[in-house]
Design a protein around this ligand. Structure first.
Ligand SMILES: Cc1cc2nc3c(=O)[nH]c(=O)nc-3n(C[C@H](O)[C@H](O)[C@H](O)COP(=O)(O)OP(=O)(O)OC[C@H]3O[C@@H](n4cnc5c(N)ncnc54)[C@H](O)[C@@H]3O)c2cc1C
Length: 447
C-alpha cells in the first residue's frame, strides 16, 4: 500500500500498542483507542499501598527475543535485570524446593520410576516441533501415556485443573507442549537453573516509555474511549464510540478479546461471529499482597493440594529487589476461573479472608498482621483455551468486512499467553493489515 492510510487500533494493550508503533513507523496515520483511562490492558500497573507495580505478575525470559527487541527499540532492554530464581512445590501439606536436578530426584511424593517418566515427558515435549499433531489429542491422554497414571494423577492433573478447571478435559496436548517449550527455553540446561528478568519500575515504566515513543511517532492516543460498534461503508469504516462520537477510518484493527470483538461488529457473518464466540476463555481473580516479610525463597510455588483456594503463589520479591517495594515483599495469589464463573462476583472481603487463612495454613511463620495491603484484580478474558482442533476453528485476521481486521491473543496458536508472543503476533500481523483490500470489496457494501 503506497499511500498513507488512516488506521484505527481498538484496544491499547501491548498488542494494540505494538501494532500502532509498527504502522506509524511505516508512515501511516494511526489512532489508538482504549476503553480504560490508561494503556497497558492486562500488563498495566496499579498502586498497592505505597508501591506501584503490575496488577498481574509479569516476568521476562532470556528467550523472549521479540519482547527484548521491542524493549531495545524503546531504549530499555539494557535495564532488564536477570536473576536466578527458585521454584517450589506445595503438595500433601508440605512445601518442597524443585529448583534443580538433585531436588527433583529427592522429591518425596513420586517414586524414582515416576520421576524418570516425568523427566522424559518434559524432555520429549521440549524436543517436539510438530505441535499441529498434538492439537487433536486430549492433554490428559497424552500426559498419561507419557508419564503414567500415577504421575498424571499426582502432578499433572492438579496443575491442569489449577489453570484450566474442568476445561482441561477439552484441552489439547498442544497446550502443555507450549507451556513446557517456554519454560524449558528459560533454563540454561535441562532441569537446571532458571534465569528470569524484570524491569526496574515494572511494566509501569515500560508502558510510560512506550506511550511516549508512540506519541513522538505521531500516534494519536485516546484513552477512556470505548468503542461501541463499527460499520463499514463504501467510503471507509465508521466507528461509533460509547461517548456518542463517530469517526471514519480506512482500516480498523480490533485487538480486544474475541467475544468483545464479536459484540462491536454486527456486520460479521454468522459463521465468523460463531467462531469468535466459540473461543473459550479462562479468566482470573488475582490478589496482590504487600507483606512485611517474605513467605519463602520461591518465585513460583506450584500447588497440587485441592483445598488451597488459589492456583499458585507468585512471590515477586523473590525475583525483584525488595528496595522496589519499600523493603517489603510482594506476593500474587492467582485463581483461574472460566470467564462465566459466578465466583467473579464473590466480594473482595470474602476472598481476602479465604486467601489469608490459606496462607496461614501453608506457611506457619506467616501471620495476617504481615499483610500491609491486599488488592484484587478480576479479568474475565485472559487465556484462550486450546481446545481440540483449535487452530482450524480460528477466525481469520482479515474479516469478511472490507477494511476490518481482528487479532487478539486467541491467534497465538503454538505458544502460551505472554508478552513475547503478543509482540511476535503483532509483528507477524502487520503485512496482512497493509495488503490491498481487493478491487471490489468495498463496492459490495450497500451504505
Ligand atoms: C495473571 C497474568 C499473568 C501474566 N504473566 C505474564 C508473564 O509473566 N510474562 C508475560 O510476558 N506475560 C504475562 N501475562 C500475559 C500478558 O499480560 C499478555 O500477553 C498481554 O498483556 C496481552 O496484551 P493484549 O494487548 O493482547 O491484550 P489486553 O491486555 O487484554 O488488551 C486489550 C485491550 O482492549 C481494551 N478494550 C476492551 N474493550 C474495548 C473497547 N470496546 N474499546 C476500546 N478498548 C477496549 C482493554 O481495556 C485492553 O486494554 C500475564 C497475564 C496475566 C493476566
Amino acid at each position: 500500500m503506497a499511500s498513507r492510510t488512516r488506521f484505527a487500533i481498538v484496544g491499547g494493550g501491548m498488542l494494540g500498542m505494538t501494532l500502532a508503533h509498527r504502522l506509524a513507523r511505516q508512515g501511516h496515520e494511526v489512532s489508538l483507542f482504549e476503553a480504560a483511562p490508561h494503556l497497558g490492558g492486562l500488563a498495566s500497573a496499579w498502586q498497592l499501598g505505597d508501591v506501584v507495580w503490575d496488577r498481574h505478575y509479569h516476568v521476562t525470559l532470556l528467550s523472549d527475543s521479540n519482547l527484548r527487541s521491542l524493549l531495545r527499540e524503546l531504549g530499555l532492554e539494557s535495564d532488564l535485570r536477570w536473576v536466578t530464581t527458585k521454584t517450589g512445590f506445595y503438595t500433601d501439606g508440605h512445601l518442597y524446593s524443585m529448583s534443580n536436578l538433585m531436588e527433583f530426584l529427592g522429591f518425596p511424593p513420586l517414586g524414582m520410576v515416576d520421576k524418570l517418566r516425568l523427566a522424559a515427558t518434559i524432555l520429549h515435549a521440549s524436543r517436539l516441533r510438530r505441535w499441529q499433531d498434538l492439537e487433536d489429542i486430549p492433554v490428559g491422554d497424552w500426559l498419561t501415556r507419557l508419564s503414567g497414571a500415577r504421575t498424571f494423577a499426582k502432578i499433572w492433573l492438579p496443575l491442569l485443573r489449577a489453570k484450566l478447571g474442568e476445561n482441561y478435559r477439552e484441552t489439547s496436548a498442544a497446550f502443555i507442549w507450549a507451556v513446557i517449550a517456554r519454560m524449558y527455553a528459560a533454563r540454561r540446561t535441562g532441569l537446571k537453573k532458571e534465569m528470569f528478568g524484570y524491569m526496574p519500575g515494572g511494566y509501569a515504566r515500560i508502558l510510560e516509555r512506550f506511550e511516549q515513543v508512540l506519541r513522538d511517532g505521531g500516534v494519536r492516543i485516546e484513552p477512556s474511549q470505548p468503542v461501541e460498534t463499527l460499520q463499514a461503508t463504501r467510503h471507509g469504516v465508521d466507528i461509533t464510540f460509547r461517548s456518542g462520537l463517530r469517526e471514519r477510518f480506512d482500516r480498523v484493527v480490533i485487538t480486544t478479546p474475541a467475544p468483545i470483538a464479536a459484540g462491536v461488529c454486527p456486520q460479521l457473518s454468522d459463521e465468523e461471529t460463531a467462531r469468535l464466540r466459540g473461543i473459550r476463555y479462562q479468566g482470573i481473580v488475582c490478589a496482590s499482597l504487600l507483606l512485611r516479610r517474605p513467605l519463602g525463597p520461591y518465585y513460583v510455588t506450584n500447588i497440587t493440594d485441592s483445598w488451597v483456594p488459589f492456583t499458585a503463589v507468585i512471590e515477586m520479591s523473590a525475583l525483584v529487589d525488595r528496595r522496589h517495594f519499600g523493603g517489603n515483599a510482594l506476593v500474587y495469589l492467582p485463581k483461574y476461573l472460566p470467564a462465566d464463573d459466578p465466583a467473579f462476583a464473590v466480594p473482595d472481603e470474602q476472598i481476602e479472608t479465604g486467601f489469608v487463612h490459606a496462607l496461614e495454613r501453608m506457611y506457619p511463620a506467616f501471620s495476617r498482621e504481615d499483610v500491609l495491603s491486599f488488592k484484587i484484580s478480576r479479568a474475565r478474558y485472559v487465556l484462550p483455551i486450546s481446545t481440540l482442533g483449535y487452530s482450524k476453528r480460528l477466525p481469520p485476521i482479515a474479516t469478511s468486512i472490507p477494511g476490518v481486521f481482528m487479532v487478539n491473543s486467541a491467534h497465538i496458536v503454538n505458544g502460551t499467553l505472554n508478552v513475547n508472543e503478543t509482540v511476535q503476533l503483532a509483528n507477524a500481523t502487520v503485512p496482512q493489515l497493509l495488503a490491498p483490500l481487493g478491487p471490489s470489496s468495498r463496492s459490495v457494501l450497500q451504505v
